[in-house]
Ligand binder design. Structure first.
Ligand code: ATP
Ligand code: MG
Length: 378
């Protein structure tokens, strides 16, 4: 016999025995978004490579080493989407969705994303995200609402107490410039010890160094200056108001000055929800404000904020916490038959039952009555 062809590295099948869990997550998400007034958007699996280079940023891990890029017959460079925000912004601009009432509230779920990473538990090359994007509102209230959407989803899943919300502000381009300089000087003092990637990032985007997973870079990063000490008055005020809103909504959080996010387009508020239930890949949801992105992608000056969460990691957390899932549906009726004529009648009867909304089946295997009964019991 010929050998079977196996899954590509870092991908997974979702089998019929587990699909009800995905349906459950999808339905809860759909309901949640409806309750908050977010509308669904679906974008293509691949986009022009430029979209991610410009949108995500060419100093990020995603663009530097994780993109699945191909060249089509016309010589165009295309990339399987590694994330959802840049494609959504592209669609907003291309379809002038910003011309309608503001704020514009959109979500995607489940969105397959592709990143050429080293596969491990909770880290795949094809994975699924749910995310929301809120455009047109620059207020702290918008930040708080977006965080609330994520928190409310976790509450509906019974996970709110199992997760920790980490909050930070990475300021605006003005105050960040001073910070980048201070950060650069801190790391430059030990330039020779940095990993090769960080040596390269140091000049272009020193904030990336805080995100580096290499032990030596983390060690050097320990005494690094903190963005929160550099925030300008407007960014400080914005951050204080976001915290006040979260307090008023009883959403617990901790300030974590180390969160800088892996994507270049963030400004001001950034946040993550993490869990200690699923091992090393503990970030379930990550998001933040991206007031510069829309202009960077050729659009008008339009503020935005959003988050994305990894559905595989949510599922892993729910399983680790023993969350309940709705039962798989069961077959309501099997109509057995003997002989051709009765078989045709059985097929008619099951059609009527299906019209009434029941899961009904009849024999399609040409089995004996006894074998049909045995099958129906299974
Ligand atoms: P990480 O630090 O784990 O690499 P990230 O900063 O690259 O995460 P984002 O780009 O912010 O992640 O994506 C949002 C969420 O998508 C993550 O918090 C995580 O839950 C999920 N995610 C990201 N990459 C993967 C992956 N390769 N496999 C599964 N889920 C992922
Ligand atoms: Mg990553």
């Amino acid at each position: 016999m010929a050998s079977i062809i196996r899954l590509p590295k870092g991908t997974r099948d979702i089998l019929p025995d587990e699909i009800h869990k995905w349906y459950h997550i999808e339905e809860v998400v759909r309901r949640l978004c409806q309750d908050f007034g977010y509308r669904e958007i679906r974008t293509p699996v691949f986009e022009s490579t430029d979209l991610f280079v410009r949108g995500v940023g060419d100093t990020t891990d995603i663009v530097q080493k994780e993109m699945f890029t191909l060249v089509d017959a016309g010589g165009r460079s295309l990339t399987l989407r590694p994330e959802g925000t840049s494609p959504v912004v592209r669609a907003v601009l291309e379809n002038s969705l910003y011309a309608g009432p503001m704020p514009l509230k959109l979500y995607y779920n489940p969105l397959t994303c592709y990143r050429a990473e080293k596969p491990q538990a909770g880290r795949q090359r094809e994975f699924h995200q749910f995310g929301v994007e809120l455009f047109g509102a620059a207020t702290p209230a918008a930040d708080a609402e977006v965080i609330l959407v994520a928190y409310e989803l976790f509450r509906r899943f019974g996970l709110a107490e199992r997760l920790l919300l980490k909050l930070n502000s990475i300021g605006c381009p003005t105050c960040r410039a001073k910070y980048q300089k201070a950060l650069h000087d801190h790391f430059a003092a030990r330039r020779e010890e940095l990993c090769d990637t960080c040596k390269d990032r140091l000049e272009r985007n020193p904030m990336r160094l805080l995100d580096c997973k290499s032990p030596i870079c983390q060690e050097i990063g320990k005494g690094a200056p903190m963005m929160l000490d550099f925030l300008c008055e407007e960014c400080t005020d914005h951050f204080e108001q976001v915290k006040a809103r979260l307090n008023a909504m009883d959403i617990p959080y901790v300030i974590n000055p180390k969160i800088v996010r892996g994507l270049d387009y963030y400004t001001k508020t950034v946040f993550e929800f993490v869990t200690d239930k699923i091992g090393a890949q503990s970030t379930i949801c990550a998001g933040g404000r991206y007031d510069g992105l829309i202009e960077q992608l050729g659009g008008p000056a339009l503020p935005g904020i959003g988050f994305a969460m990894g559905l595989e990691r949510i599922l892993m957390t729910m399983e680790a916490c023993g969350s309940a899932f709705p039962q798989q549906p069961e077959c309501a009726a099997f109509i057995g038959s003997m002989g051709d004529k009765a078989g045709a009648k059985a097929a008619q009867l099951v059609t009527q039952l299906r019209d009434e909304g029941f899961w009904a089946e009849c024999d399609t295997m040409g089995r004996s009555v006894k074998a049909q009964m045995k099958f129906a019991n299974k």
